[in-house]
Design a protein around this ligand. Structure first.
Ligand SMILES: [Zn+2]
Length: 50
């Protein structure tokens, strides 16, 4: 579904959601220990929040 979406595009269009699941690519405004979408444990900040 998101295979042709680049990470640059997501950062540019989704700045209110600095966290991203490395497994399914879902973006979140908050950091999750477990991704609500896919259950993965790889929700990480995609860029520094300053
Ligand atoms: Zn996920």
């Amino acid at each position: 579904m998101q295979s042709d979406e680049t990470s640059e595009t997501r950062i540019g269009t989704d700045r209110a959601k600095p966290y991203e699941c490395r497994t399914c690519g879902a973006g979140y405004a908050l950091e999750y220990y477990v991704c609500p979408e896919c259950g993965g444990f790889s929700v990480e900040r995609r860029y520094p929040v300053n």
